[in-house]
Design a protein around this ligand. Structure first.
Ligand code: GUN
Length: 286
């Protein structure tokens, strides 16, 4: 069986073009979506991510500001900044880059972000709205997974989706989104007794466990859609997903590569959330 490779970069570029056009339409109405990114400390990976977010905003015609705080900044200082950004009308989205230094309570920080500006979709109210099925800003990586599946022409409704991993940032929200798309959803995790048996029943298999090449073709039903959310650094410096890509070729019907699969979607969905937040903010004004 020949496997369709889901080209995340290509799909992400298409969506960015749509976002750029939408931003241009909003500009004609005097609306410039604005994103504030907050970086605390000097984590090298975080610095790269923040730079990419800033660049994406500029390329798509959106406003961005980056607030860089010292590693030693206090939680109070960070909460004061968030309070200021919550009130700032030029800012529609606030993203605090994680992880934060250990002396800062991550939950207190996430909870302080205005739900209307929660473009990461990490606030408990955003999570609650997602579960209930009310309008909310969706967590970026899970929303990207759904877009990749849909834009590959796969109908989710009625399918059996198996999610491996139950993290708050990927596994749980992706399961909720698949349910919202009318899939029948099974969530597997480290304590699941018969994971392989369950995974083999999946029409759609989403893997987010953070373990390089943990899922090989023996977990995959022939023809299944396999979405690999993992990004792991191998000892030789190369990147690998949670799925053994080579091994799953010719078994999976659809497969995402790493890099170039889910990865490029995350920032794109963040840009989409910022547009959505800007539209909502301006609607409520009128
Ligand atoms: N660190 C790694 N990924 C993310 C993300 O999606 N959002 C935030 N805020 N921090 C991150």
């Amino acid at each position: 069986m020949s496997t369709h490779i889901i080209e995340g970069k290509k799909i992400s570029d298409q969506i960015r073009e749509e976002i750029r056009e939408e931003a241009a339409r909003l500009k004609e109405q005097g609306i410039v979506p604005g994103l504030a990114v907050v970086l605390v400390g000097e984590d090298p990976a975080s610095k790269v991510y923040v730079g990419s977010k800033e660049k994406a905003c500029t390329q798509l015609g959106m406003y961005s500001e980056v607030h860089r705080l010292e590693e030693t900044a206090s939680e109070e200082e960070l909460l004061e900044l968030i309070d200021k950004l919550n009130k700032q009308s030029t800012i529609n989205g606030i993203l605090v880059q994680l992880p934060l230094p250990k002396h800062i309570n991550e939950k207190a920080v996430i909870d302080a972000i205005s739900v209307d500006k929660d473009v990461d979709g990490f606030h408990p109210v955003s999570t609650g709205n997602l579960v209930i099925g009310d309008d909310s800003l969706l967590p970026c990586t899970p929303a990207g997974v759904i877009e990749l599946i849909k834009r590959s022409g796969v109908d989710i409704a009625g399918k059996h989706a198996v999610v491996i991993g139950r993290s708050n940032i990927v596994g749980k929200p992706v399961a909720m989104l698949l349910l919202r798309e009318n899939a029948t959803v099974t969530i597997c995790h480290s304590r699941t007794a018969n994971m392989k048996e369950l995974a083999k029943q999946a029409d759609i298999l989403v893997v987010a466990i953070g373990k390089a090449k943990a899922i090989d073709s023996s977990y995959v039903k022939p023809g299944a859609v396999v979405i690999d959310v993992g990004i792991n650094r191998l000892p030789d410096g190369k990147l690998a997903g949670d799925v053994d890509y080579e091994d799953c070729l010719d078994t999976a019907g659809y497969l995402t590569p790493v890099p170039g699969g889910v990865g490029p979607m995350t920032i794109t969905m963040l840009m989409g959330n910022t547009i959505t937040a800007a539209k909502r903010a301006n609607k409520s004004k009128g």
